[in-house]
Design a protein. Structure first.
Lengths: 387, 510
């Protein structure tokens, strides 16, 4: 019976199950990289934690938008190439034409959104399956970046652009952000409580609420303290957290977000309810393009150069993160936070195995196996077949 | 040999602590037809799943005796081998495979691993001939044939497996009147040949016609098993719902006002076959507070007609629609909802519900903007409205966030109705609003329809159940072969009258 309850709890709180997996992976690598002479394990240092988060930032940004695409019942195979193309454009505008940073960023974001909307238009309005449209996009965008860059690396990019990929927030600013975030959560908790009471809905006891807030506060505090003990919060990580916040709000709290899940659950019934299903799908692809642009800028900034192979295979990492994070292949189910924890699991495996000196080919084999196992565990833990 | 072909004794089955079946008995003699009646959710399907080993031996309690021996099947394959065949409500055919391929699916006739099509086609022809069916070509894909014909193909498939017991689960819910006739006659002749059957249906006239005994179950418990000669349909209904259903149609007086909607010369062409006209030049009008029933046989073009009005018809169509005397253009369901026209579609599963989404969120999907400022939903206001609706429509759900697919058909339908009532439509189109819904929920849906009419909503109801059309409509339109065949005020109107209009003139045309 306890077993059943645990299973029920985990299937209702998938995110807890995923975090337990993260904990296990970290414990394993912590044990394997333990150095008896120094008494520390290489994996579990503030420095490595910071690196790990920076490594997952780009995949995470893509995965956040990919969740919406998959939830809406579609797929986007073009984002890796799109990231490469947009990163290349950013590098050219910055390094060759010397555009100001704000100009470069706005142009690239607009271009990303436009290309994404184009994918969406072809899929939603012309009825070409998204698998085909974006497979075409994968080839075409990669071709475009090769043509634009002439196949060579564009460098060096300006220091201000580099900061986006390589910079850290000063400690005081990091602390400030943490305090601000906590205050926002606190205000929201009070507002929710008041509203629920106003509508005669059930509210948790004040003690439960307080415990929840204290746990959140400790989590935020720990996160910031660890990162500040190295160099501060990395800029890409801050962006990722920002994306996580915005996308979670879209998913849970907006009309548009509700429509995405409705379309994925039954697009015909959604259409007959008076929802413009085509527009919803197109905008979802637009958001995907926008995030590909953000990821492209960050990649160029991080490498301090535009390379024609940037983002190669990025779509697969993003899609794998979504599936590890509990997104359903059939659409209608998935969460942004789940996808990001999925990305964290993938990044942890990459990072830990590299640290142990595992050959790259083994890394790929292991990641592939983990993806399949993760989805299988999800299937048996939720007790229903997703396919 | 035992007296019974099948005896199910004291069958109980629980799902995570909730008893779905509690000590049910069911007995079937050779060559006998047992009608199994009960409201939706009473446990009929669960019982049949126990019998056919969808729930294998050991997952339920009780005993099944098959030809006198205990049956401990762990898979459908075993029960099929024993001679039990189920024909499900939703047909399990592979549309692109041929009739013969479907009949032999899983038991193909082969020659050294290669399919022997000639043998299969010949045998299929034989089987169909045994059913007195001569207009089905076994080599053609199943999708060429109507629901009724597919039903017959399913039976041929069951016969091929030497079935001794045929279970038919709501076999006629999508059939035309003629097809139903053919099916019932066929079952009678199979019965005479020694085949036993269990007939599950909400259509009690059919049950009464072909059953020898009737078993009624309610809330998972056995209520009664009696020979049909001791029963009337009214008795059966009373046993099913556990209370006297004095009046099936809670008629309420409602005032009829001025004309709100006029459709002029609406014609539609088939989606897959654009040369075939499915609706031919139909014009009608509907008034404020009026309940307009649209009767006709399945396939007469009624669904096409109403979905055209709602902007949801996929094929080409023409005609004009006037709202309050002004012509309006409706290109999509979105336009329709905006103009005050809502529709509850015919196929609830395919186009009504958002299955994995909560009941509550299903209900508010059309009116989300009402709770939102700058695109952000005020969840609490939304939840308050949802709970009010759940109370008002008596939707039975443990939690408004429970996926709608986990509810019974009647409750799902109520939620879909709520979804299309929340936008405060002026014209509400209901396409088969009570299909697959149990008697209790039906009654409540009728009450809602009358309440809407009272509030001045024009209700346009398509239904294949003539008693229902006559029971609640103020006026009845009869459609036959795409044409308007009659427009009657519902005053001493009889079923014969309506059927004659639907059929009679079509024979004149031929």
């Amino acid at each position: 019976m306890a077993n059943v309850n645990l299973r029920k709890f985990l299937s209702e709180n998938k995110i807890v199950a995923l975090l337990i997996v993260v904990g296990l992976i970290w414990a394993l690598f912590g044990y394997l990289t333990y150095n008896a002479d120094t008494g520390v394990s290489g994996f579990l240092t503030a420095r490595n934690f910071s690196n790990l988060l920076r490594q997952m930032a780009i995949t995470g940004i893509l995965a956040a938008a990919m969740v919406f695409v998959i939830v809406a019942g579609e797929i986007d195979l073009s984002v890796g190439s799109l990231l490469g193309l947009l990163g290349g454009i950013a590098a050219i505008l910055d390094a060759v034409y010397g555009w100001p940073l704000a100009g470069t960023i706005s142009f690239v974001l607009l271009a990303g959104a436009a290309l994404g909307l184009m994918n969406g238009w072809l899929t939603a309005y012309l009825g070409i399956p998204s698998f085909i449209v974006t497979l075409g996009g994968q080839l075409a965008f990669r071709g475009a970046v090769l043509g634009l860059t002439g196949g060579i690396t564009i460098a060096p990019v300006s220091p201000s652009l580099r900061y986006i990929g390589q910079g850290y927030l000063p400690g005081w600013l990091g602390n400030g952000c943490a305090v601000l975030l906590f205050l926002v959560l606190l205000v929201m908790a009070f507002r929710t409580r008041r509203k629920r009471l106003q509508h005669n809905l059930q509210v948790p006891t004040p003690v439960m609420e307080a415990v929840r807030l204290v746990v959140i506060a400790l989590f935020i505090l720990g996160f910031v303290l660890v990162l500040n003990s190295y160099q501060g919060i990395p800029v890409p990580v801050l962006m990722l957290l920002f994306v996580l916040g915005i996308f979670t709000i879209i998913a849970k709290g907006t009309v548009f977000g509700r429509y995405i899940y409705a379309v994925g659950s039954n697009s015909e019934a959604t259409r007959l309810s008076g929802v413009n299903v085509n527009l919803v799908k197109m905008v979802v692809f637009g958001l995907m393009g926008l995030m590909a642009a953000l990821a492209g800028i960050t990649t160029t900034a991080r490498l301090a150069a535009g390379t024609p192979s940037a983002g190669f295979g990025g779509e697969l990492d993003a899609i794998a993160s979504c599936f590890i994070g509990g997104t359903s292949m059939r659409g209608g189910v998935g969460s942004v936070i789940g996808a990001l924890v999925g990305a964290l699991i993938m990044a942890s495996l990459d990072n830990g195995m590299s640290m142990l000196g595992v050959d790259t080919f083994w890394q790929q084999i292991i990641k592939g196996i983990i993806l399949v196992i993760a989805v299988y565990l999800d299937i048996i833990s939720s007790g229903v077949k997703r396919l | 040999m035992s007296e019974f072909l099948l005896e199910m004794k004291n069958i109980s089955k629980s799902f995570s602590g909730v008893k779905a079946l509690d000590g049910i008995h069911l007995q079937v003699r050779r060559g006998e037809c047992v009608g199994l009646c009960g409201e939706n959710g009473a446990g009929k399907s669960t019982l049949m799943k126990v019998l056919s080993a969808v729930y294998p031996y050991g997952t339920w309690e009780g005993e099944i005796l098959w030809e006198g021996h205990e049956l401990k099947a762990s898979s459908i394959r075993e029960t099929e081998k024993a001679g039990i065949a189920i024909i499900h409500q939703e047909l399990m055919m592979v549309p692109h495979l041929s009739v013969a391929e479907n009949i032999f699916l899983g038991s193909e006739i082969s020659n050294h691993g290669f399919l022997d099509y000639d043998a299969m086609n010949a045998r299929a022809q034989e089987l169909l001939a045994k059913l007195n069916v001569h207009d089905i070509n076994p080599a053609l894909p199943v999708l060429n044939y109507s629901g009724g014909k597919q039903q017959l193909i399913e039976i041929a498939k069951a016969l091929n497996k030497d079935a001794k017991l045929l279970i038919l689960d709501e076999p006629t819910s999508a059939l035309t009147a003629t097809e139903i006739r053919t099916l019932l006659d066929l079952i009678k002749s199979l019965k005479a040949g020694g085949l036993a059957c269990v007939y599950i249906s909400h259509k009690l006239e059919e049950v009464a016609e072909i059953s020898d005994t009737v078993t009624v179950i309610r809330d998972g418990t056995h209520i009664a098993t009696r020979p049909i000669s001791d029963l009337t349909t009214a008795n059966i209904v009373t046993m099913m719902v556990g209370r006297e259903m004095k009046n099936l149609y809670p008629k309420e007086e409602h005032a009829i006002g001025e004309v709100v909607l006029e459709a002029h010369n609406v014609s539609c062409w088939d989606v897959t076959n654009p040369d075939r006209k499915v609706v031919d030049d139909v014009s009608f009008q509907i008034r404020r507070g009026e309940i307009l029933g649209i009767a006709g046989l399945v396939g007469a073009g009624r669904t096409e007609l109403v979905s055209t009005l709602f902007g949801a018809y996929a094929g080409s169509h023409k005609g004009s629609v006037h709202l309050d005397g002004r012509e309006i253009t409706i290109r999509s369901p979105r336009d329709a909802v905006k103009a005050g026209i809502c529709m509850v579609p015919e196929d609830r599963k395919r186009s009504g519900i958002l299955p994995i989404i909560g009941v509550g969120h299903n209900m508010t999907i059309s009116v989300l903007n009402r709770f939102a400022a700058f695109g952000l939903i005020d969840e609490h206001e939304e939840l308050a409205q949802i709970q009010a609706e759940i109370l008002r429509l008596k939707i039975k759900t443990a939690d408004p966030m429970l996926p709608i697919a986990s509810l019974s058909g009647g409750n799902q339908q109520k939620a879909v109705l709520s979804k299309m009532m929340l936008p405060d439509p002026r014209i509400l189109i209901l396409d088969e609003p009570t299909r697959g819904v149990d008697v209790g929920a039906k009654y409540e849906i009728y009450k809602l329809i009358f309440a809407l009419a009272k509030a001045g909503v024009a209700v346009l109801m398509v239904s294949s159940e003539l008693t229902e059309v006559l029971g609640i409509s103020d006026r009845v339109l009869v459609i036959g072969e795409g044409r308007l065949r009659g427009d009657f005020v519902n005053d001493n109107l009889t079923q014969e009258h309506v059927l004659a209009a639907a059929l009679g003139q079509s024979t004149q045309m031929a």
